[in-house]
Design a protein around this ligand. Structure first.
Ligand SMILES: C[C@@H](N)C(=O)N[C@H](C)C(=O)O
Ligand SMILES: [Zn+2]
Length: 233
């Protein structure tokens, strides 16, 4: 039995989402948070971007997508992992090291380019996004982006519908638009979707992923150059 999908890197380029579409707002959240080596612009693999545009056609015309993150350099993944882990430690002084790790892994992937466990955002096939109005103001999805709580689990309001009916409606809308065009959702985070990477391949029971990790050179928060890891692992 194959334990992890084979990565057949198809070398699709990373596309810059800035001003790419009138109903796609690019708000690079880790750049706004001044995380070292974060990118000022948001990038996605070409076909992941095309599917995002297709998802827009399923969204009522008065709504937009606000994209918070796409391709993520390994340094940013490492920084987030450290940050989230420290926050969990601070919030749960009673937790063992093992419990801290388990809780951290719920909200941020382990930073790795190892083909058997590549962090999804390193591929350019993962996207963090929410719904917005036509001015780019975020709608209510029932928890703040990157909130480490049970309320961030995609199905939370399915089980607590009267707590926030607006959030339930909006989560269903985002989930349905994205999954209809081929993205898969990460169940602990209503905002995180994958296409083409190993996380996606596992969810759709495919033995093959199209996107492996992308290594990049970042200078002053700009993507200077990038290269794909080996084409077949
Ligand atoms: C950090 C958060 N926005 C996120 O993207 N989490 C997933 C699990 C990831 O790091 O891939
Ligand atoms: Zn994500």
């Amino acid at each position: 039995m194959q334990l992890h999908p084979i990565i057949r890197e198809n070398q699709e380029p990373l596309l810059n989402l800035t001003d790419s579409h009138s109903r796609i707002y690019s708000r690079s959240i880790y750049f706004e948070q001044q995380i070292p080596n974060s990118l000022q612009s948001i990038y996605l693999r070409q076909n992941a971007y095309e599917r995002l545009v297709e998802a827009l056609t399923l969204l009522p015309v008065e709504y937009s997508f606000i994209v918070y993150d796409g391709y993520r350099p390994i340094q940013v993944q490492q920084h987030l992992f450290q940050l989230f882990s420290e926050e969990i430690k601070g919030n749960h002084p009673d937790f063992s090291e093992e419990e801290i790790l388990e809780e951290t892994l719920k909200y941020v992937a382990f930073p790795s380019v190892d083909p058997t466990k590549t962090s999804p955002h390193l591929t350019g096939g993962a996207i963090d996004l929410t719904l917005g109005d036509l001015e780019g103001n975020p709608l209510d999805l029932g928890s703040v982006f990157d909130e480490m709580s049970v309320k961030s689990a995609t199905r939370y309001y399915e089980h607590h519908p009267f707590e926030n009916e607006e959030a339930l409606k909006n989560r269903r809308l985002l989930y349905n638009c994205m999954t209809t065009v081929g993205f898969t959702n990460y169940s602990e985070e209503w905002w995180h979707f994958d296409y083409g990477n190993a996380t996606w391949a596992r969810r759709v029971n495919s033995g093959e992923a199209k996107y492996g990790a992308v290594e990049s050179k970042i200078k002053a928060h700009q993507l200077k150059e990038y290269r794909y890891y080996e084409s077949v692992y």
